[in-house]
Design a binder for this molecule. Structure first.
Ligand code: GLU
Length: 288
């Protein structure tokens, strides 16, 4: 088996909170216990929301927690051409189509009872079967489309590759016990693979970069678990290696609310300024 590589991949559009600390510490710990490597990735494709101040705070907060990582850090906004190259492969396979619909148009046309795992309305196929002529006319107006995955075609392409075998992923629990779970990419419908506003998407960039950084063990919060199904589909279609996954529990307020980056909930900076030590944080999140 190849050496273990884990990663922490925060988005610099807010301060890190206790939930991020758990993600980062989990990944670091798995690398350490297996004599592996821990890498860092700044997921800043959302260029309108990222800020250099948040990037600097990520390095600062992680060092304060006692973590060290391999250089160089991968900064996603420096790699848009590579995400587009991966999208080109999917285009060549006939699996992406342009979509000019606005969020409002999608909401108006969608069936409110059908939502994706993030709770967003499932795309109602507005631009799925549109004539090439209409797409050309729209492109000539200077409009940029999103590129969506034709999920039916993608599942057919998957079948051509793996036959009737179910698409699965390997989940490793907190005790190190592995189980095989079924991946359900269909739950996302015709997901956006290249956004309108930036030439990438979270789903595309994450699979390209996990492969590029040689990540063998993806660790992240349970809230992202449904995305793993879509990531497995993209990995098979793009012929990328399959990592194993651990989805850790989420840190919540005692009334069950999720922590929020934007409102600064349990921000590592503010806890530190209030006098908390890294050990205090580790203890509070059950990691010591
Ligand atoms: N960038 C994502 C976030 O900050 C994490 C994505 C991942 O770990 O796959 O929520």
């Amino acid at each position: 088996m190849s050496a273990v590589v884990t990663r922490f991949a925060p988005s610099p559009n807010g301060w890190l909170h206790a939930g991020h600390a758990l993600s980062a510490l989990t990944a670091f710990d798995i690398a350490q216990r297996n004599g592996g490597r821990f890498v860092l990735r700044i997921e800043d494709i959302d260029v309108a929301r990222r800020s250099p101040e948040y990037v600097a705070a990520i390095y600062d907060d992680l060092a304060w927690l006692g973590l060290t990582w391999q250089e160089p850090v991968l900064v996603q906004s420096e790699h848009f051409t590579e995400y587009l190259a991966a999208a080109d492969k999917l285009i060549a396979m006939g699996l992406l189509y342009p979509c000019f619909a606005s969020r409002a148009e999608i909401e108006a046309a969608a069936d409110p009872s059908r939502v994706d795992p993030d709770g967003a309305p499932l795309y109602p196929g507005l631009w799925k079967k549109v004539a090439a002529e209409e797409i050309k006319n729209r492109l000539e107006t200077g409009d940029t489309p999103a590129l969506r995955l034709d999920m039916d075609a993608a599942m057919a392409a998957l079948r051509a590759k793996i036959g009737e075998m179910p698409l699965t992923f390997t989940e490793i629990d907190e005790n190190g016990v592995a189980r095989t779970l079924r991946a359900e990419p269909e739950r996302w419908g015709d997901a956006v693979i290249v956004r309108k506003d930036v030439p990438a998407s979270y789903h595309l960039a994450v699979v390209v970069d996990d492969a590029r950084q040689g990540v063998t063990h993806v660790t992240r919060g349970q809230d992202i678990m449904p995305a793993t199904g879509l990531h497995r589909l993209l990995q098979v279609l793009l012929e990328l290696p399959e990592p194993v996954y651990s989805h850790h529990r989420l840190i919540r307020w005692s009334d069950g609310r999720k922590l929020s980056k934007s409102s600064g909930d349990m921000g590592l900076r503010s806890l530190r300024q209030e006098g908390a030590s890294a050990e205090d944080i580790k203890r509070a999140i059950g990691f010591s």
